[in-house]
Design a protein. Sequence first.
Length: 278
Amino acid sequence: MTTIGDFKTFAQALPKQNTKMPVLFIGHGSPMNGIEINEFSNTWKQLGKEIATPRAVLCISAHWLTKGTHITAMENPRTIHDFGGFPETLYQVQYPAPGNPSLASEIQKLLKTVPTGLDHDWGLDHGCWTVVRNMFPDAHIPVLQLSIDFHKPTNYHYQLAKELNNLRTKGVLIIGSGNIVHNLGKIAWDKFSVPDYGFDWAIEFNETVKKNITEKKHSNLIGYQNLGVASKLAVPTPDHYLPLLYALALQENNEQVSFFNDNYIAGSLSMTSIKISS
């Protein structure tokens, strides 16, 4: 049972006003990373210990695609098991983090260039909870999701994300959750157990993206389709790539990017993740 003392400790750990939270892009990979102990989940756990305890988490997940822009605004978001063919244990997992309707309304007002709907039906999909569950296992921290308007071009998402920047000084941890290379149709099922196995085209595109991130050439990343023929195989659809643009849009001039979980899975997935901080 949570005690008053627990909440006092939690409140004391909240970042002070004007303390800028980092921004993360997480390569989330398989839903099994939500329950397995592996190099990816272990890194997420360590991240949760290293960064200041956030007031809330705002996640932009590759798995909430909508027409228009929406933000979860319920008191208690449900845990969504939006996948099939996995062990029953995974479907039993619940991540009972609270929502924050007042923060949702605050974010709605921040997004001035687009009408934003307050959603009471979605919840936390696996692009969100599998990661956040590892970072903050006690589920004390409110978690919200912002949807991706799948009918809009890449630059739209990059510019929209910039309007979220003020949240960083208000203790909100912003996480983009997807994968830089994500082609399920090309997976080498017989290579799942081979560590860090990537096809040549996957490695080529992933390394090109990393180079442009390091050099802060965001315009090249917005126009990822022009980053060589490998882009067509690495990003057959933009859903898992777009969360990266939300994270990069929040990088300020004095901030650096560090890479982690920089590995490949079964040839056609990259788990490469980034942390943006001063």
